[in-house]
Structure formats: structure tokens, C-alpha cells
Design a protein around this ligand. Structure first.
Ligand code: NDP
Length: 322
């Protein structure tokens, strides 16, 4: 089968499309014939070596597809079942091995491309809005990179919770998409000081929570957007890692809270995973959650996918089709 592997960290030239043996599922594992694999920023970090991985490494953390065969002691899944999963490496391939505990069944109402597009980023948007800082009608949230894969889903879920949502984006085209997703106000942080804009749009109060996936270029300004006792949720670093930080600043800037969450800790049990997935499925079926697919590329065009994501040229989700 063909897969995309890295043998050493690097730029997009490190992505190797190669013929590798079809893997065999072990105890509790399922082999999935991948129909669509999601591209996520974590794949870029792993390719670059920012998040070290054992080499050679098959990239890709999420996919949807069809169960091909099941290993010993697997119950609840059979060959032919449509399934999806997130947070398990090896998705940039024709076949992937996935622990059954991480698989969810895709209902016939949901296309496998949509399922692949919503697993990792949808679960992330869900835990950020429902668990890390559970949003409610009295809250105002700031969402950076609001037209990104996570961003568009995060806005919609925040609006479903009744919160007021401010978003930041780099271009007018992205601003229109963020508004369509439900953002109440959109700030072009490439053209205007987003901290001043947030203060203006909140009558000087600041926001209750900032969902910051941009990191290096936004971190300090994000802290300045918060109201006293506000929550800084730093969940990514698309512009680069945040420099070491003096905790005393949380005191002087208003008794702030800060967290650096990871999806793995928010789908730690089967119940938690199924609970989040069932909300997402219900919203998609009801038409209250729209999944925006930016582009769909063949597996061998992975370099184009990474380059587009890294150069801020994408809105919503990028998929690879093996
Ligand atoms: P996005 O689709 O959001 O793409 C990244 C966006 O970040 C760009 O489109 C761009 O939007 C913005 N950005 C700002 N500065 C830069 C820069 N210098 N280089 C590149 N992009 C920049 O990606 P994803 O939805 O896949 O992921 C968003 C973030 O969320 C990532 O940092 C990812 O690691 C993180 N994440 C964290 C998870 C967790 O559990 N902690 C889980 C899932 C994702 P614009 O042009 O509008 O500025």
C-alpha cells in the first residue's frame, strides 16, 4: 500500500510517498481502509520535528473509512462498517491500524469526507467550548484564526452555547466565512491592533475567554484582551511557540487563568469520546453545524496540502484521499 512517511524532520521535501507493507491489526485493533484522511497542524509540527516522533513515521492523526479486518478480541466492529477516528497516527495511508477503543461508527446520514473533516477539529472545538471553558449566554469569547479548521467549528459551537463571539482573521475572504459561521464581530488582526479592537467592542471590559491557537504572535495581546479573572486557553502555536512566561503576569493583568490543553486528555474515556461525537453528529444532522472543506487532494499531493496550511492559504478543512 502507499503511505506518506517521514524518515527525518524537515520541510515538505521530508514527506515521502512510498510503498510499504499493509499492516496487520493486533489485539483490540482494527484495520481501516482509509477513504479520507484529515490534514491538521499537528502533522506539520511532527514533520518539522517540533513535536518529535519515532522515525520512520506515517503522518496523519485522523481519518474516516471502512473496516477492512478486525484483530483478536475486537467486539462491536465488523468488516464493512463505516468508521472514523482521531488522535491516532498513521492516517496518511491506504490502510491504518486503529485501536477499536478510538473508533466510532459513522451513521449513514454523514458522508465519510465530512466525518474525516470533523473528527479531530470538531472534537477539539467541542472540548474547548464545553469542558475547558464551558461557554454560556453571559460569556464573550475571542477566537483567533476564526476561519481555520478548528476556528469555523469553534465559532459555531460557541454560538450554539449562546455566547457572543469575536473572531480574528487575516483577510476579508476569511472574515466573510467567519461571519457566515456566526461570529458577531470579526477583526482583521493583520490590519488592526486586535487588543484595542476587543476593548472597543466590549466597552473596555474585555472578554471572558480567549481561544488562542496562533501562539507566538498573539499570546501577549490575548492576555490583554481578558477581563479580570478571564481564561486564557492556549491550544496551539500556528505562528510559533510562545516564549517562557512569568506567572506573576497573571496576577498583574487581572488574576487570570491559563491552560494549555490537549485533545487526548479530553477524550480520555470511551464515554467522553462518545458523548462529544454524539453531540457533533446530532448538530450535523440537524443542520446547525456546517463542516467547511477547503480542498480535497490525492494522497501523493500531501506537500501541497502542508504548504497551503502553513502559508495561511486554507479556510476550514484540508483532506487527503488515498
Ligand atoms: P488552521 O486551519 O487554523 O490553520 C492555521 C491558521 O492559523 C491559519 O489559517 C492562519 O489563519 C493562522 N495563523 C496565524 N499566524 C500564522 C502563521 N504564522 N503561520 C500559519 N498560520 C497562521 O489549522 P487547524 O485548524 O488544523 O489548527 C489550528 C491550531 O489548533 C493549530 O495550532 C493546532 O495545532 C491547534 N490544535 C490544537 C489541538 C489541541 O487539542 N491542543 C487540537 C487541534 C488543533 P489567518 O490567516 O486567519 O491568520
Amino acid at each position: 500500500m502507499y503511505a506518506i512517511r517521514i524518515h527525518a524532520p524537515g520541510g515538505t521535501e521530508a514527506l515521502v510517498y512510498e510503498d510499504v507493507p499493509v499492516p496487520t491489526p493486533g489485539v483490540g485493533e482494527v484495520r481501516v481502509k482509509v477513504v479520507a484522511a484529515g490534514v491538521n497542524f499537528i502533522d506539520v509540527y511532527q514533520r518539522m520535528g517540533l513535536y518529535p516522533v519515532p522515525l520512520p513515521f506515517t503522518l496523519g492523526q485522523e481519518a474516516a473509512g471502512i473496516v477492512d479486518t478486525v484483530g483478536p478480541e475486537v467486539t462491536g466492529f465488523d468488516p464493512g462498517d463505516p468508521v472514523a477516528y482521531a488522535f491516532q497516527p498513521g492516517a496518511y495511508a491506504e490502510y491504518a491500524i486503529v485501536p477499536a477503543a478510538k473508533l466510532v461508527r459513522v451513521p449513514p446520514t454523514i458522508d465519510l469526507s465530512i466525518a474525516a473533516a470533523v473528527m479531530l477539529q470538531g472534537l477539539t472545538a467541542h472540548y474547548l467550548t464545553h469542558s475547558t471553558f464551558p461557554l454560556a449566554a453571559q460569556h464573550t469569547a475571542l477566537v483567533h484564526a476564526a476561519a481555520g479548521g478548528v476556528g469555523l467549528l469553534l465559532i459555531q459551537m460557541a454560538k450554539l452555547s449562546g455566547a457572543r463571539v469575536l473572531g480574528t482573521v487575516s483577510t476579508e475572504e476569511k472574515a466573510a466565512l467567519a461571519r457566515d459561521a456566526g461570529a458577531d464581530e470579526v477583526i482583521l488582526y493583520t490590519q488592526e491592533d486586535f487588543t484595542a479592537a476587543v476593548r472597543r467592542l466590549t466597552d473596555g471590559r474585555g472578554v471572558d475567554v480567549v481561544y488562542d491557537s496562533v501562539g507566538q504572535t498573539t499570546f501577549s495581546g490575548s492576555l490583554d484582551c481578558l477581563c479580570p479573572r478571564g481564561y486564557m486557553v492556549l491550544f496551539g502555536q500556528s505562528s510559533g511557540p510562545v516564549a517562557p512566561f512569568n506567572l506573576q503576569e497573571l496576577n498583574s493583568r487581572g488574576s487570570l487563568f491559563i491552560t494549555r490543553p490537549s485533545l487526548g486528555h479530553y477524550v480520555a474515556t470511551r464515554d467522553e469520546l462518545e458523548g462529544r461525537v454524539s453531540d457533533i453528529v446530532r448538530w450535523i444532522e440537524a443542520g446547525t453545524l456546517t463542516v467547511h472543506i477547503d480542498r480535497t487532494l490525492p494522497l501523493h499531493a500531501v506537500a501541497e496540502a502542508h504548504q497551503a496550511l502553513e502559508s495561511r492559504a486554507t479556510v476550514g478543512k484540508v483532506l487527503l484521499m488515498p
